[in-house]
Write a protein that binds this ligand. Sequence first.
Ligand code: SF4
Ligand code: SF4
Ligand code: SF4
Length: 477
Amino acid sequence: MKIAIYKFGSCSGCTIEMLNLSEDLLKMVYNKEVEVVFSTLLGADEKCENYDISLIEGAIVSEGDVATIKDIRRRSKILIAMGSCAVLGGVPGLRRFTNEDEVKSVYVEDYSEHKYFSEAMPVSRFVKVDYYVRGCPMNRYELLSLLEKILQNVWFKQEERRFPFIREKTLDIEGTALSLDGEKCITCGRCVKVCQEIVSAIDYINRSIETTVSTPFKVKLDESSCISCGQCTLYCPVGALKERSSVSEVQRLLKSGTRLTAYVEPEVLAALGEELNFDKRISGIAVAALKKLGFEKVILWRPQVTVRMQDNLTIIPSSEAEAIYIQRFHPELSKYMIEPPKIDSSSVVWITSCLARKLSRGLILTTRELIRLLSTLDFGILTEKSFDEVKLNELNFKTNKAVGIQEVERILMSVNDGRLREGAIELYICNRGCLYGGGQPYLRPEITMKREGLLAQILSSTEEEKRGSLGIMEALF
Ligand code: SF4
Ligand code: SF4
Ligand code: SF4
């Protein structure tokens, strides 16, 4: 299969991201499944008349580009737009905000020769695009999976809605824990699909060119049926749906010399290790990194709740998400429910895999925000450090555990119809539990597989393994 890679107005980031697939790509090349016949970055120029696949990076920015992309389209069986610039106009689209005369004064002859447009435009404005691989840079694994499907001759439709237009009006939906930035939203519908499995808080509204994603009557997320689980944020390809960040606030406090203690959940460390490609050493490295940033103490902990043992039946919500779910969808069971875990201290930063905890008081950072906070550090020069304290206390009572919305619903129904009358019930609304909570890094199948193994290693190195349970609650009497 002959592949050509063409670059228009862009930074080459997507092509480089593609080359990061080195082993998988080489395997394809070695198996003679693909042959890269044209790429300026790779120095390939085999002068082929026709291509099986053309990968297009970059926005169309000049009349010359239009002629070239039309020629590529004519010669390509399949044309794939990769990355935000090719798909949407991306970063070069910022030229809309530049002063034309200033640009001309810098590029002089080059400017008139290339007949630049005043805007950068998506490839689909000029030619038919067969597939889109979104993101800035594009998601290389999505590209790999697409190439594999094409090689297997599996003709498929991408499970997304696509509209080749620019909406005139956009709609922002605010919320305490997360919000939807309508300017960024590309109406792909992934969030709608994810939320349909949970509480259907968001859906499409309007028609045709005005179609967009919203809560009913455009109310704030907190006023809709949204429980702030954050699962939708894990799938949004452009970061339109994301948590309300507390990174700047934490940075400000650290800079001002405020003495802060970081309470870190083991699930955070597992995901961090996965992202940074560390094994169980991630615990020591994370402690060192947090101290380097200025945290006075770092504590490994699991959230704790107070259980009233005089009650026959106790429902333990693992976060505000489960608590809201019960209040909204099973209010008759609220009387059995205790408060979700909390930390009431202005000197604590709770670092968690759970986005819903942002509804509670205090400073909460999700794993994704932690990664942002640590992004300036050079991990190579850090020496591992130990936690100042480990608070992974043993469960001292037996619980029924429900993980994922279906199990949660099943167990609540059995309380409702009287089949379950006593004991403690732990609820985790996210599919596969907090390890895959809404504050974790975006899901990438090939690395996410490491997460479970890393969690087990982290726990075993802190004696947690002995109790043979991954339950997160401790009863306090
Ligand atoms: S946070 Fe959860 S409940 Fe709210 S819109 Fe997203 S998926 Fe739905
Ligand atoms: S997943 Fe993101 S881009 Fe797609 S419709 Fe939802 S908010 Fe918009
Ligand atoms: S399952 Fe865990 S991550 Fe998901 S909402 Fe509940 S506490 Fe938060």
